[in-house]
Structure formats: C-alpha cells, structure tokens
Design a binder for this molecule. Structure first.
Ligand SMILES: Cc1ncc(COP(=O)(O)O)c(C=O)c1O
Length: 360
C-alpha cells in the first residue's frame, strides 16, 4: 500500500493548549479549529482539545461539523452568518455570532428573542485598520450601545494585522482604538489575541484569547521557532521510499529536467507529492529526514512522488523506508520558508489523501 500518512500527536496538542493557559491564565481559551483544524482534522483536534473553553470557526458549516460529533462546547462563528437562514441554524445549534456589518445586525435584531433565549453572546467586530471585516470607530460604539440597550451580552472583538511584528506602528494604532471603544462601552468583554498576540501582548489577553497556529505546534513568527516558544510538534507527516535509482553524472531527474546530477548519485523516489498537499514551489533546497538524517530534494516535486538524493546512505535506505516530510526533525515552518510561504498555508493545504492516524 502507498505509504503517506499524518500522525497526530494528541498529547502535544494538549501540551500546546496548556501553554496557552500558562501564558493567559485569566482568559478563556477559544481554540481556533477552522479550515479542518489547520489540516489536522477537526474531529481529531476537538477530541484532543477537551480542555478548550470554546471553539472558533470561520463559518456555520464548520460549526455543524463539530456539532455532528456530539460536541456541545460553545462555538463562535468568527465571520458570523452569511444569511438570515443561517442565523436560525446558528441559534438552534447554539453558535455565537460575530456581527461585522449592518445586515447581520438587522438579522440579529429580527431574531433577538430566540438568540437571547439560547443564552448566546454577540461578538461585535472592530475594524481598527485591518480593513477586512468590522465596524469602524465611531460606528461600532453606536452598534454596541444599541445591542446593549436591547439587552444583548456583548463581546468586543478585534484582530491584529501585525501581531507577529511587535515594532510595527499599526499595532499601537489598533490597540488605541480598541481601548477607546472598550472604555466608552464598559462594561464589555473583549477579545483580540491570536497566537502571536498571546505571546507579544500579555496585557491584552482580556476575557478570551483565540489561539490557532500555536496549538498546532507551528510558529506565528518568522524569527522564533515553535520549539523556542515552548510548543510541541503535533503532526508528523511521512511517506515511504518506493524505489531507488542509480543516476549517472549528467543525467536529469523529474519534470522540467531541472536537476542534473553532477556526479554518480542515488535517488530515492518517495510516495508523496502536491496531490497530498506537499508544496512544489521551493526556492531554496528543501530537506526531508530519514532516521533523523537530513536529505535534500533532487528535482521537482510531482503530484504523487518526489525524489531525494540519498547518495552514501544506500545501505540504510530501501523501498519501504519511512521518510519524514515534516515533524520532529524538519519543522513545517522550515518547509514553508523554503517555499516562500507560512506554516499555516502548508497545514491548511494538506489534502484528504494522506491518512490521519491519532497517537495518544
Ligand atoms: C479572527 C481570528 N482570530 C484568531 C485566529 C487565530 O490566529 P493564529 O492562528 O495566528 O493564532 C484567526 C486566524 O486566522 C482569526 O482569523
């Protein structure tokens, strides 16, 4: 059978959640499990994250996947609902909604009694400069006052555009606006910290923190590794050697014939490719690990296969040998950097093809 699998380390996920709680002991933790829990599989993640106070997802469909597992923890829809019908389902399934534009506000007011009877809080999104979703100051103050007058339990929500770059001037501008709205609308609960902000802004943890990437053991920072942040690897992505070929100096490997052997070498063909979500577009050498030893790619990654140079290790590597694409020895952040992207994207891009295996 084709070897390509993703082992999910449940204990590591739990460790990373404890790390959040250690960093933000007073805040409730909304574990972000959108995009199939950053590729880990939402069911795997929510099962491991049983100490979460709540879950955060992008849309109702993702919330329904959680409810389908029988999980009844609070859920926040961080983009709110996309229609009035969705709002009715959100109420029935006890999902708290973000309000980021007037139409959502109208729907909410229209179904005020049902929403409130379900015991749901309403999250109001501040657009403090990210300019994706939310009400700007001063409109948000009117919206919050209106909702408070209607007896809604309100949470003021904001998202940083540059939480990973503490010296970025935008951060203070966003914080100033948040603190202004908070002061004018007191008493009000507040939430603004993603993973990077949990590390960089301990004074802004407030009532709820919203970690995503740090739970999954990758770093939100370019210049600090997950290990340095006290996080554990939650995923080991592996495949198997399918064939080993001897290549003569001057021979080429793979699509585009971009790799040309400078001397006689041995190539291992590994059963993984972009059809599994492994990235193709690397700019600098990318490595995999076999028994903890690093080996470089040789030639382009194709849909189902990749090729690596194993010269000198022919006696240790055979068809069936396991190859780590990322995990304990090669971080997803390293592979992402070599591909000009971030760990988030590689995790979310994993396809259904590699089987997920849960390890306690
Ligand atoms: C509104 C919101 N909060 C929190 C998060 C989690 O961010 P991170 O994965 O950087 O911790 C996200 C992720 O994109 C988000 O959109």
């Amino acid at each position: 059978m084709r070897q390509a699998s993703i082992t999910i380390h449940k204990a590591a996920l739990q460790h990373n959640l404890q790390r959040v709680k250690q960093l933000a002991p007073k805040a409730k933790t909304i574990c972000m499990v959108k995009a199939n829990a950053y590729g880990l599989g939402v069911e795997n993640a929510i099962h491991a994250l049983d100490q979460a106070d709540a879950f955060g997802v992008a849309c109702l469909q993702e919330a329904l996947e959680i409810r389908a597992t029988g999980n009844h923890k609070p859920i926040t829809l961080i983009e709110g609902v996309f229609s009035e019908t969705e709002l009715l389902t959100a109420i029935k399934e006890k999902c708290e909604c973000i309000i980021h534009h007037r139409q959502q506000l109208d729907w909410l007011l229209h179904h005020k009694t049902a929403y409130q009877n379900a015991g749901l809080k309403v999250w109001i999104k501040l657009n403090s400069g990210m300019n994706r979703l939310g009400f700007k100051v001063p409109e948000i103050i009117n919206v919050i006052h209106q909702l408070k007058d209607e007896n809604f339990h309100c949470v003021l929500a904001m998202h940083f555009a540059n939480a990973d770059v503490p010296e970025h001037p935008m951060n203070q501008q966003q914080i100033d606006q948040l603190l202004h709205v908070k002061a004018v609308c007191e008493p009000i609960e507040v939430s603004c910290c993603n993973s990077a902000a949990i590390y960089n802004y301990p004074e802004l943890h407030f009532d709820y923190v919203r970690p995503g990437i740090m739970l999954y053991g990758a770093s939100p920072f370019d210049d600090r590794s997950a290990k340095d942040l006290g996080l554990q690897t939650t995923m080991t992505f592996t495949a198997g050697v399918m064939a080993i070929n001897r290549i003569k100096a001057g021979e080429k490997v793979g699509y585009g014939s971009r790799f040309i052997a400078e001397k006689d070498i041995s190539i291992a063909v590994v059963s993984i490719g972009y059809g599994d979500g492994y990235p193709r577009a690397y700019q600098v050498p990318v490595f995999v690990a076999i028994n903890g030893q690093r080996f470089a790619h040789a030639g382009r990654v194709s849909m189902d296969m990749m090729t690596i140079d194993i010269t000198g290790y022919e006696d240790q590597i055979h068809p069936g040998t396991s190859v780590e694409l990322w995990g304990e020895h090669i971080s997803v952040d390293e592979v992402a950097a070599a591909n000009g992207t971030i760990g988030y994207e590689l995790l979310c891009r994993l396809t259904e093809r590699p089987k997920r295996i849960i390890q306690d």
